[in-house]
Ligand binder design. Structure first.
Ligand SMILES: Nc1ncnc2c1ncn2[C@@H]1O[C@H](COP(=O)(O)OP(=O)(O)OP(=O)(O)O)[C@@H](O)[C@H]1O
Ligand SMILES: N[C@@H](CCO)C(=O)O
Length: 291
């Protein structure tokens, strides 16, 4: 029997759609695996009643299949599903690390990324790796089809989670098919600025580099109160604010000692719209850990 904790993640960071992601130091999922003749799954914890236990429909089932590692898999959810905090990816990442170890498959952490991404295909129709990469490797990750680049950084964040449900599948439907060249230029400029900010652990640069003129404006329409909350976070000192993953979570970068004020400001701004929310005061953190 083996237990692995894998963290929530925030993907995209605005300018890095389907490419950038960060591991968050909280919340997380814990997955326990035990060898079995066929894969079975049980799920407990936050939002577990919305998560299928059928291996064909749960992200961890796809991972067990891809590693040819049948097991009884117990998932303790700490990351609410359909949150924008990489809930489905946290379970997949934990299962990939756990099953690789349980069956002695000898894959490196980087080799486990596309395997865990198979789980994302089950829930969103697309095997994007921008959540599973940081959940497995930790830090800030740049996920490409041919591998992952990983950087450590010390950045404080607030992840605010409103009581709204948006599925990644639905949020991918509103992504524009085309962009103007001026928008592409702005996105490249911002993505480069953000990456430099990560390399320097500079929250001002990271925040400035999160602006995205293409995907975020289209998705913001799905989140009631998005503009109010974004402005409230900036007023409380955030250096950058964007949608976390496919939403509805919102991610704010917190310079200096602004974290608590930003967390409260985002909760209050959602409350003004009659939406309950909770805010995690978090930071870029480590990847999956064998317990
Ligand atoms: N192990 C799992 N954990 C969480 N959700 C799962 C799992 N397996 C399947 N699902 C399904 O995946 C969906 C949630 O995934 P989705 O990608 O929409 O949200 P998310 O992972 O929180 O968000 P994001 O990828 O935007 O950060 C729900 O419909 C849920 O039932
Ligand atoms: N890059 C993905 C992350 C959510 O799974 C998206 O924004 O759709």
């Amino acid at each position: 029997m083996l237990r692995v904790r894998a963290p929530a993640t925030s993907a995209n960071l605005g300018s890095g759609f389907d490419t950038f992601g960060v591991a968050l130091d909280r919340p997380s999922d814990v997955v326990t695996v035990e060898k079995a003749d066929r894969t079975t799954i049980d799920v407990s914890g936050v939002g577990s009643r919305f998560i299928p236990e059928d291996p064909e429909k749960n992200t961890v089932g796809a991972v067990a299949e891809a590693l040819d590692a049948p097991a009884h898999i117990s998932i303790e959810k700490g990351v609410r599903p359909a949150s924008g905090l990489g809930s489905s990816a946290a379970s997949a990442a934990a299962a990939a690390v756990a099953l690789n170890e349980l069956y002695d498959r000898g894959k490196t952490r980087e080799e486990l990324v596309p395997i865990a991404a198979e789980g994302e295909a089950v829930v969103s129709g697309d095997a994007h790796a921008d959540n599973v990469a940081p959940s497995i490797l930790g830090g800030f990750t740049i996920a490409r089809d041919d591998g992952v680049t990983c950087l450590d950084a010390d950045i404080s964040l607030v992840a605010c989670l409103p009581e709204i449900v948006i599925s990644t599948r639905d949020a991918r439907q509103v992504v524009p098919e085309h962009a103007r060249m001026s928008q592409v230029v702005e996105t490249v400029r911002n993505a480069a600025t953000l990456t430099a900010g990560i390399a320097r652990s500079d929250p001002a640069l990271v925040g400035r580099g999160m602006d995205d003129p293409i995907v975020t404006p289209a998705r913001a329409k799905l989140i009631d109160g998005y503009d109010t909350v974004r402005q409230a976070a900036f007023d409380a000192g955030a250096s950058g604010v964007t949608i976390s993953g496919a939403g509805p979570g919102i991610l704010a970068v917190c310079p200096g000692d602004t974290q608590r004020d930003i967390a409260l400001a985002t909760i209050e701004a959602f409350a003004e719209e009659d939406i309950e929310a909770r805010a995690f005061q978090t930071a870029i953190g480590p990847g999956a850990t064998i317990l």
